[in-house]
Design a protein around this ligand. Structure first.
Ligand code: GLC
Length: 426
């Protein structure tokens, strides 16, 4: 039997992930120092010897894992995913397989361990991001994404690179991560690109990564673990909606699948000092609601800086999100799509007999809810549990079921996105 989602879920029980809905993504590596996007090494075609300066000066002296974990918890995030190694190849843990690791930088500490322990302590589930690409490894064949893609000399010198040697290293690093850091709940690989070709090189996918073998190793070490779908095996948590939200919930063979949209706050995953493309908090909250209304998750990213802190603009957004989540999280955790049609400028999420109406725009006085006639027991604002009066209303559409009409206060409640909680009779 093939291990596709439509036949059987091949990994651990994803119930916790589906229930939790909201996680923190953290991109942190040497690229925090140039502060010009985590792909800076490739974008600027930097050679490993020149990139070395970021290694030599990596000393995040203000880093406090407990502080990070607390911020995430307060924002209502129930799990997190941290970059163990990004494409630059730098290991954020004390890997025995390379010298290009955090314990050899001036900070000298296994920062990954501190992060995992602090987040676990706060009750968040542990997710590890791991890059399949490695621009630092001496056996990783140069391709069109590699920093030295245009360096003909370098390409000639490295033409004999043996991907199987790299893959062995990749598997062994994964073994370390799944052996030395306790229970890991989620392993998030990035990424496969077998469809890409250049006239002098091919992209890489399951054959290069030996994905089936890697998957076996992972499941042997941590049988309960969840994997995302970037190993090129067409299974796992569908994390393809990257920096987008799908038009509707993702399905395979007509059946809903487990999916997660990962999103940045300003377009860059790694710390990017001069990028001012910040999404307003309201937009971020809407994105969370939108994902849940389509049975998906939101993995929201921060890119900590080289001192080891979240940028002030990240922190401000997470703080505002925590205020919204404090009052509205029950419309998020364990909630999913509703089959009722949401009115214009609104989204529904539903959990059992509680239907949540999220108002992206605040209308004057009345809002009409289709097909809810005869089905509603009680209605209130979620932020303060104040009653919302409603009336049954005959449908104006000939064939349609009856509606209800809510009477809203003129003043929009003082929250980023107001939510109305509707208790259904069913
Ligand atoms: C991409 C990028 C990467 C980022 C990731 C997050 O694949 O290569 O920089 O880490 O998306 O999903």
């Amino acid at each position: 039997m093939t291990k596709t989602q439509a036949t059987a879920w091949p990994y651990g029980d994803p119930t916790w992930l589906v229930n939790d809905r909201f996680g923190l993504f953290i991109h942190w590596g040497l690229y925090a120092l140039p502060a010009r996007h985590e792909w800076v090494m490739s974008y600027e075609q930097i050679e490993p010897q020149k990139y070395q300066k970021y290694f030599d000066y990596f000393e995040p002296d203000l880093f406090d894992a407990k502080k990070w974990a607390k911020i995430a918890k307060e924002a209502g995030m129930k799990y997190f995913v941290i970059t163990t190694k990004h494409h630059e190849g730098f290991a954020l843990w004390d890997s025995k397989l390379t010298d290009f690791k955090v314990t050899n930088t001036p900070i000298k500490r296994d920062l990954l361990r501190e992060i995992i322990e602090a987040f676990r302590e706060e009750g968040l589930k542990v997710g590890l991001y791991h890059s399949l690409l490695d621009w630092n490894h001496p056996e990783f064949p140069v391709d069109g994404l590699h920093p030295q893609k245009a360096d003909e000399e370098f390409k000639k010198k490295t033409a004999n690179r043996d991907v199987t040697k790299y893959t062995e290293f990749l598997h062994e690093q994964v073994r370390e991560l799944l052996t030395n850091y306790g229970k890991i709940d989620y392993l998030w690989f990035d990424f496969s690109y077998p469809q890409m070709t250049w006239d002098w090189a091919n992209g890489k996918g399951k054959d290069e990564w030996q994905s089936e073998k890697l998957e076996d190793l992972i499941l042997e070490l941590q049988p309960h673990i969840l994997l995302n779908n970037r190993l090129d095996l067409k299974r796992g948590v569908d994390t393809s909606p990257e920096q987008v939200l799908p038009k509707e919930g993702l399905k395979e063979d007509g059946r809903p699948i487990v999916w997660e949209s990962c999103q940045t706050m300003n377009g860059s995953w790694g710390y990017h000092r001069d990028n001012m493309d910040w999404k307003p908090t309201e937009m971020l909250i809407k994105m969370l609601i939108e994902a849940v209304s389509k049975d998906g998750n939101l993995l929201l990213n921060v890119g900590p800086n080289g001192r080891g802190e979240f940028d002030g603009l990240d922190t401000k957004r997470l703080k505002d999100i925590s205020e919204w989540m404090r009052l509205h999280s029950r419309a998020v955790y364990g909630a999913g799509s509703s089959h009722y049609p949401a009115p214009l400028d609104c989204r529904y999420t539903q959990k059992g007999n509680r239907l949540y109406l999220h108002l992206f725009a605040w209308p004057f006085k009345h809002i009409h809810l289709e097909k809810l006639g005869g089905r509603v027991d009680y209605v209130q604002m979620l932020n303060d549990a104040s009653e919302i009066l409603f009336e049954e209303e005959k449908s104006t559409k000939k064939s349609g079921a009856d509606n209800i009409k809510l009477t809203l206060p003129v003043q929009k409640p003082d929250v980023k996105i107001p939510v109305i909680e509707i208790f259904l009779k069913e």
